[in-house]
Design a protein. Structure first.
Length: 205
């Protein structure tokens, strides 16, 4: 059976949601962050040397990187439901959004998180990170202002992958300046699979 190595309050939540949407059997192996450092416990390094979550085990494969895990699972179990056909323009958009989640979108978010935790005064970094975050959120907002989902009117795995960052910002600082994005994430959070992932994440907090 598929095993998901899940760290509390982490990117792994979106893999739970994806597995729920795909309707496949899976087992969650739960880990807890260190109360002081917030890092993953050393046991995760026994599964993969990076010691980060999510890690997926399936069919003898050990897969890290939530983008790669999402592509793997979607191509294996959801090619007809959660991704566009490969010879279409929508597929190119889908691929782009799949890389966006851990690429362009993640850097300013991580910079802002580390600056907040560190509390340091910076020369240019704070302003840079805030400006970049605004660009990312504006781009997302514009992208869902005329469509239901990131790839037109169809819900895809790219929505699940990008939901982690948007949901976190929505919960921590709000999205009032990005009304289309706010409506979009609230719609995603109301989906049954997303609610199930939320419940499971709370169970393993
Ligand atoms: N790019 C990786 C990032 C993995 C990652 O940094 N995971 C975090 C949780 S959100 C983690 O395991 N943090 C604990 C640690 O670094 O010890 C992915 O998308 O899976």
């Amino acid at each position: 059976m598929i095993k998901l190595h899940h760290l509390n309050a982490s990117r792994s939540k979106r893999i739970i949601w994806l597995l729920e949407e795909l309707g496949v059997e899976y087992e969650i192996i739960a880990y807890k962050r260190d109360a002081v450092t917030n890092l993953a416990p050393p046991e995760l390094k026994a599964i993969h040397p990076l010691g980060k979550s999510p890690v997926l085990e399936d069919d003898g494969h050990v897969i890290v990187e939530s983008g790669a895990i999402t592509e793997y699972l979607t191509e294996k179990f959801g090619a007809d439901t959660l991704m566009p056909a490969k010879d279409t323009a929508d597929y190119i958009q889908y691929k782009q959004w799949m890389h966006f989640a851990e690429g362009s979108a993640m850097l300013p978010a991580l910079l802002l998180m580390f600056l907040r935790v560190d509390g340091c005064k910076t020369n240019m970094l704070q302003g840079y990170a805030e400006g970049e975050m605004h660009n990312i959120l504006s781009h997302l907002n514009n992208s869902v202002s005329d469509s239901e989902f990131l790839v037109g009117q169809s819900f895809t795995a790219a929505d699940i992958l990008n939901s982690f960052l948007i949901e976190n910002i929505h919960k921590k600082s709000g999205l009032d300046h990005y009304p289309a994005l706010k409506g979009y994430i609230e719609k995603l959070m109301a989906m049954p699979g997303s609610k199930k992932a939320q419940a499971l994440e709370e169970k393993y907090l």
